[in-house]
Design a protein around this ligand. Structure first.
Ligand code: KG4
Ligand code: ZN
Length: 303
């Protein structure tokens, strides 16, 4: 079976073909970072217009690269949500139109379920039941996974998602968009203990909260600026990153113990973060699965 996957929920046009016989994946990604960078965040209308321009040429490119013809495609999977309404509409309309023309089923896929199951594209697959931490720009979810399709959401963020906190704090520090990779890079030169930033443990719940941490960074920035001192960007980035990583890991490990998980899985854009990728296997007593970076951030292979 060969499935064409289309991802267009935000600022990346992703196209993939997955062949279930040889597990071969051909995938291509067009990132709109350059389009949105001058605005410091994603401009939804520009995102939709760009998806219109890029989706069909990218599909053609992936068909050519994988040496697959449309008649060999057995189904078209597309991200149906959550995401930017206009961007999702472009992907879903192209997917459904092609499915109609090629007389194959169109399969609507939940974007976060795509992230959750991305590690299944790897040769070494996680064993059920596992606890998954999904950390992206729009969501922070802790999920107990009995098997594919059987999920119990244990907790989520009450305010900012983890990725959103990275993006907002990056802006406070004058770093470029997208904020996650910019903070990670700045943090390399910084001391994670330089600033004692709060960790919202929200004891007794599996929920997360990152807005207090963001406000704490804002207060430090204002104080330093009003004192007329230069902003210690690297130290602030490292301290912020350490606070986020501590809470994400602490709560995930506790949930894995409580729900008797056999393994731990981390996915979503923030799982590309090297501090998180390094720290969790060091602290966990269970096997940890994190997809390769290209499958952590948005892509169509997972779809
Ligand atoms: O999953 P994703 O690509 O798109 C959404 O579904 O939202 O996640 C994007 C988020 C952004 O907030 C971005 O700043 C964050 O993932 N991110 C990172 C890193 N790479 C991407 N956060 C921390 N460290 C990174 N290296
Ligand atoms: Zn995503």
């Amino acid at each position: 079976m060969r499935i064409l996957g289309i991802e267009s929920s935000c600022d990346e046009t992703g196209i993939a073909i997955y062949d279930s016989e040889n597990h071969h994946i051909t995938h291509e990604l067009y990132s709109q970072i350059k389009t949105h960078a001058p605005f410091g965040g994603v401009v939804p209308e520009l995102a939709s217009r760009d998806h219109i321009q890029k989706t069909l040429p990218l599909i053609q490119q992936v068909l050519q690269k994988s040496k697959v013809t449309p008649s060999q495609i057995n189904g078209i999977a597309y991200t149906s949500g959550p995401g930017l309404a206009g961007a999702l509409m472009v992907g879903s309309m192209i997917a459904r139109s092609l499915a109609f023309a090629w007389k194959v089923p169109a399969i609507a896929v939940h974007h976060m379920e795509g992230h959750l199951l991305a590690p299944m594209l790897e040769p070494l697959q996680p064993t059920y039941p596992f606890v998954a931490l999904l950390v992206s720009g729009g969501h922070t979810l802790l999920i107990s996974v009995e098997k594919a399709g059987q999920y119990q959401i244990l907790g989520e963020s009450l305010d900012d998602a983890a990725g959103e906190a990275f993006d907002k704090v990056a802006r406070l520090l004058g770093l470029s968009y997208p904020g996650g990779p910019a903070i990670e890079k700045a943090a390399e030169e910084g001391d994670p203990r330089a600033f004692d930033l709060p960790r919202a443990w929200l004891e007794g719940t599996w929920s997360f909260s990152f807005s207090g941490l963001k406000t704490a960074v804002l207060r430090e920035v204002r104080k330093i600026k009003s004192d007329g001192l230069p902003l210690p960007v690297a130290d602030l980035a490292a301290s912020f990153q350490a606070a986020v990583v501590d809470v994400l890991i602490g709560k995930t490990l506790a949930a894995a113990r409580e729900f008797k998980a056999k393994e731990i899985l981390i996915a979503g854009g923030v799982s590309a973060n090297r501090a998180l990728r390094q720290a969790i296997p060091e602290q966990a007593e269970l096997p940890v699965h994190i997809p390769p970076i290209s499958l952590c951030t948005d892509n169509a292979a997972m779809v």
